[in-house]
Design a binder for this molecule. Sequence first.
Ligand code: XBP
Ligand code: MG
Length: 261
Amino acid sequence: MKLQALIFDVDGTLAETEEFHRAAFNQAFARVGFNWNWDRELYKELLKVTGGKERILHYLRQFRPEDLDRAEPQIAHIHRLKTQIYGEIIQQGPVELRPGVSRLIAEVQSSGVRLAIATTTSLNNVHALLERTLGAPGIELFQIIVAGDEAPAKKPSPDAFEIALKRLNISSSECIALEDSANGVMAAQSAGLKVIATPGIYTADDNFAGASSVISDLGEPHRPHQHISGWDWPQGVVTVAALQERASQGRAGPDGRADWA
Ligand code: XBP
Ligand code: MG
């Protein structure tokens, strides 16, 4: 099967953004007068719930039942504030794409393979990140963007990927997903996609059993990635040519590895 598209996740996959999200949540809480503080340990736990509004509600139920009645009606407002703060942080902060991401995006441009995004984060955040890292035309490099509440249910539900496939008008076997978390891998796999996982700072301990390939990052020619499990990649770099080769094979070998020699 010919590779027609790559579907990227955003947070953790394109860039390590979760520390910026965490800072934005904490600043929003302070601005509305709640003395909640999400430290790294707690946030790692909370990230299991995808979507900012859903994450706040989960936090209230689990950790702040005494604030639930007062805070629940304010969740949408708090989250809007958080999105605004996150946009400001991204505009000013030292955010950069993960290794190999901009190289692969550039390679794809001349290959006929299309790019899409399926993310649980809000559309404004996707725009902010792409503009900051790839410049104003960054957003146009992705033909399809499915974000936030557009999917009826967020990852690990396959909804965002299914919507993206429908809009791309291709089948799941013509496409490969790139994810950083167990929830993302589960979502893509449930939509019938092969998934490459590049675990990030918050997801290194996740279970990536459903991924076809687990690697430290996409790799650069001068800085190969580390192979963790499943498909491996020539010289430790994920290229369009290698992705096309994998898609045409249809399935991984018995040990999940290919002979690239
Ligand atoms: C990761 C998420 C998001 C962000 C917060 O999304 O779970 O919820 O942490 O974003 P991705 P919002 O699918 O890109 O990994 O506050 O905008 O929901
Ligand atoms: Mg992610």
